[in-house]
Design a protein around this ligand. Structure first.
Ligand code: FES
Ligand SMILES: [Fe+2]
Length: 365
């Protein structure tokens, strides 16, 4: 594969699964608007329970359907002239011309949706390109043996900058020096793995360390000031990075009883080339307690510590985005040995972008 040095902000993938929200965000017959890859999309949970998504433009005069309302039988009524649509997006009533046949093209354009493991995924690209690709599993989110906290924020940076940040632990020092970061964390040897999960390419960078001095804040969240540890960041397509960390007392690696764990889902949903919605979910085994405050749950310590970590990342990304928007004038990024996962991830995303270009330009149906 060729090495590309242009900016991550050049990458913009449409044919991929992106997170529209966690299942708990979608109440029955409540209208939600999402903007994903520049497309305004109306999303709702139909009366039968299925989450559906359509182009947020009425097929009549482009009134946003997200401004409409539900009437009898789960029908969505447009706020402008009252055309009514069922949960398949088909128009079933035109108030101004009762008795006349409803044209077959009086329907909303539908986007593919998969609800899986507590997450609603949406494919904003060409529905014909979905094929066998499915979103990756997120089993901890629906497993009662795990607990989670989550948050959502809008970031004024291309989503690929966030993906690359998450694949790259060499920035823990100095960016996160005030909380989870230590200069030594980037010197632990990294394993790089690639493959497919549910038909989508993944890139994983992982590290195993023995007798490792944890940063104070990892010790606070997970216990064990000195530990054996395993950590991995797995990018699955452009929409999610799964970040896991497990600690054991020295010499006990692999032992279930003494294992302390953290599984973070980082979900990136592009709004446009210069902004994305960032959703995070922090999962921890139910009842896991802080190492520093034994009466406080690890998850509560994580809420405090990781909020400042995420704010530091966003501080950096928004500055990178602005720098990427200036003329290059011959500038070329330099890749270090520690950037191998970022580099491989970028190759995967460039290939997906190329596939977008060869895709039919047909609008979603
Ligand atoms: S724009 Fe929706 S009914 Fe006219
Ligand atoms: Fe970071």
């Amino acid at each position: 594969m060729s090495t590309r040095t242009s900016a991550s902000t050049d990458i913009y993938v449409r044919n991929a699964w992106y997170v529209a929200g966690l299942s708990e965000e979608f109440e029955p017959e409540e209208l939600n608007q999402r903007v994903i890859t520049e497309k305004a999309i109306v999303v709702w949970r139909a009366r039968a329970g299925e989450v559906v998504a359509f182009d947020d433009r009425c097929c009549h005069k482009r009134m946003p359907m997200s401004a409409g309302r539900f009437i009898e039988d789960g029908l969505l009524e447009c706020a402008y002239h009252g055309l009514c649509f069922n949960s398949a997006g088909q128009c079933v009533r035109i108030p101004s011309q009762p008795g006349l046949p409803i044209p077959s093209r009086a329907r909303l354009r539908r986007f593919p949706v998969i609800e899986q493991d507590g997450v609603v995924w949406l494919w904003p690209g060409d529905p014909d390109r979905v094929g066998d690709v499915r979103p990756p599993p997120t089993p901890e989110l629906v497993d009662p043996a795990w607990e989670h906290i989550s948050g959502t924020m809008e970031v004024a940076a291309n989503s690929v900058l966030m993906v690359e940040n998450l694949l790259d632990v060499s920035h823990f020092y100095p960016l996160h020096a005030s909380n989870i970061g230590k200069a030594e964390s980037s010197t632990v040897p990294m394993q790089l793995e690639t493959g497919q999960i549910n038909g989508c390419n993944f890139v994983r960078s992982s590290r195993t360390a023995h007798n490792y001095d944890q940063s104070t804040d990892f010790c606070d969240m997970l216990g064990y000031a000195v530990a054996d540890s395993y950590s991995a960041q797995t990018m699955v397509g452009p929409g999610i990075v799964l970040a896991e960390r497990a600690l054991w007392p020295p010499g006990k690696i692999g032992d279930n009883a003494s294992r302390r764990a953290l599984m973070n889902y980082h979900m990136m949903t592009p709004i446009h080339r210069g902004a994305h919605v960032y959703r995070w979910v922090v999962n921890m085994p139910a009842g896991q307690m802080s190492g520093r405050f034994p009466s406080v749950k690890s998850l509560e310590r994580a809420r405090e510590i990781l909020s400042s970590v995420f704010a530091q990342d966003i501080w950096a990304l928004e500055r990178q985005q602005k720098a990427c928007e200036r003329p290059d004038e011959g500038f070329e990024e330099m890749f270090l040995k520690t950037d191998s996962a970022v580099s491989r991830g970028r190759q995967v995303l460039y290939a997906m972008q190329e596939a977008d270009r060869s895709s039919s330009t047909a609008a979603p149906r």
